[in-house]
Design a protein around this ligand. Structure first.
Ligand code: SF4
Length: 491
């Protein structure tokens, strides 16, 4: 791993390589099956789970419809509470705002609590280029950073590593970043956690600047919320003198009452817990308590464009629980790196091509990184119809058409390499529009059925290498209907 998503191959190529890695597949299978079984039990405890799910979807839909209003409310509330709000249209702007803010403190080190938004914009790389070292403090993120790796899962970024690999990384790398790992470090989980705790404590006590994300922003009070399991986040949010939070604009919820719904659904969907071990909330600044300077960077980076798409916008409801990853048969085999984005799995397959567009080969391949089995939709706590969005985006890839880019309606061309698919769909469309031609084709296919090949030639060969072509019936349905129903009998 190079530590960057730039220049990664399209999903089929990356997945073809990762599925050859038996240890990766074993690690993923073990972890996803354990989490998914626990989640199912935690969810089954609630009689009103489906109502909570519907409530979560409704709250998010309403908020997204009036996002302009709620964002202005957030800005006013954060400012009134002593914070400063910055608006970032894209990754470059967000990175330069954060770099400028850190430089203004005169510091060259920051501690970070896990934030997908900063992963999305490549903040660590941008800070490094400016001579600022960012230290990840979430345990799994620390493992990823020390291993010069990339996250492979939304919630468990080091899911692709087993215990002995983690021990080796700690032994090899910790000394280059701060306090070394103990010489006799074993792969016992408690020993690994203790080594990380001692290593990180040094960083927490020294850092003057903290950088965080947020799971939610409550508009009515301008309060940010982080939910986590380790308490490292809370150290990061309270010890430094300056706190900079980088948050996607879709994280807004209007009221505390709305938040209550997600504080029930998120822990059960993600870690199968009834409630979260640590829920930290902060509102602006408070005299002599916690960071004395607070900056909120509100990140767009393709979210407004996504909002303009009436089918695709439901991806913005996502609360990053990762339940869809843990049930996805494609993710389980390919792993998170194959998706070439901070957002892997089913949610990544619909979010990334909307945030980044489908112009590159990698992004155009993502809507196909699914078997459309629908398991992701079944588990999603905010009822995102992921298969519906996947099909919608496949149409965009194949046909091109009207989309919104940087707020302007524009027409994009079809992605390369889908000519055969496009021609086949047009032919099928024409056939369904002409019932007589369809009936003739069906009869012809029925009469010649014994001559049909078992494998397709040319580009279709790869498809039939792993599937049988469905047999054509001896008689079409409409012919059977005519034969078995007397003339004039509609039943
Ligand atoms: S799409 Fe749904 S299931 Fe997947 S991470 Fe987001 S909220 Fe969770």
């Amino acid at each position: 791993m190079s530590g960057t998503y730039l220049g990664m191959p399209a999903f089929p190529k990356a997945a073809a390589e990762s599925t050859q890695d038996e240890s990766l597949r074993a690690n993923l299978r073990h972890a996803t099956h354990t989490i998914r079984d626990k989640r199912a039990k935690a969810v089954a405890e609630l009689d009103d789970w489906q109502q909570l799910r519907a409530a979560g979807a409704a709250i998010k839909n309403r908020t997204l419809r009036h996002l302009d209003h709620y964002l202005v409310q957030v800005e006013a509330a954060v400012t009134a509470a002593g914070g400063q709000v910055h608006w970032a249209a894209d990754a470059d702007e967000a990175n330069s705002i954060v770099t400028r803010l850190v430089r203004a403190t005169g510091e060259s080190e920051v501690v970070k609590v896990k934030s997908m938004a900063t992963q999305e914009i490549g903040l660590n790389r941008a800070l490094e280029a400016a001579g600022i070292h960012a230290y990840e403090t979430d345990l799994a993120e620390l493992i990823v950073q020390l291993g010069k790796d990339l996250p492979s899962h939304i919630l468990v970024p080091a899911i692709h590593r087993n215990r002995s690999e983690i021990r080796d990384i700690f032994r090899r790398e910790m000394e280059h970043w701060g306090r070394p790992a103990p010489e006799d470090l074993t792969d016992d989980p408690r020993a690994l956690a203790e080594a990380a705790r001692l290593h990180l404590r040094e960083k927490f006590l020294r850092a003057k600047v903290g950088i965080s994300g947020a799971n939610f922003v409550v508009a009515e009070t301008g309060t940010l919320v982080v939910v986590e399991s380790e308490g490292n986040g809370r150290m990061c949010l309270t010890l430094p003198e300056t706190l900079i939070s980088v948050v996607g604009i879709e994280k807004v919820v209007p009221t505390w009452q709305d938040l209550e719904v997600f504080l029930q659904t998120l822990p059960r969907s993600s870690t199968a817990e009834r409630m979260n071990p640590y829920t930290s909330t902060w509102t602006g600044t408070t005299d002599e308590d916690g960071p004395q300077t607070f900056h909120l960077v509100l990140l767009d980076n393709g979210r407004t464009d996504t909002l303009a798409d009436v089918v695709g916008r439901q991806a913005l409801r996502c609360i990053r629980c990762s339940a869809c990853l843990n049930v996805c048969p494609v993710y389980e085999r390919a792993g998170g790196h194959a998706y070439g984005s901070a957002y892997p799995g089913p949610i990544g397959a619909i979010l990334t091509p909307q945030l980044r567009g489908v112009q590159t080969e990698l992004d155009a391949s993502l809507p196909y990184a699914s078997s459309l089995c629908g398991a992701c939709y079944e588990v999603c706590p905010v009822a995102i119809d992921i298969p519906e969005v996947l099909v919608h985006l496949r149409e965009r890839v194949v046909e091109g058409g009207r989309v919104t880019i940087r707020g302007t309606r524009t027409t994009i061309r079809p992605a390369k390499g889908h000519a055969a698919e496009r021609a086949a769909m047009r032919a099928v469309g024409w056939m369904f529009d002409h019932p007589t031609a369809l009936a003739t084709a069906q009869r012809l296919a029925a009469r010649t059925r014994r001559l049909h090949p078992k494998r397709l030639p040319g580009p279709g060969r790869a498809w039939t290498d792993t599937r049988d072509i469905p047999a054509v019936p001896a008689e079409s349905f409409r012919d059977w209907w005519k034969r078995t129903r007397p003339e004039g009998d509609p039943k």
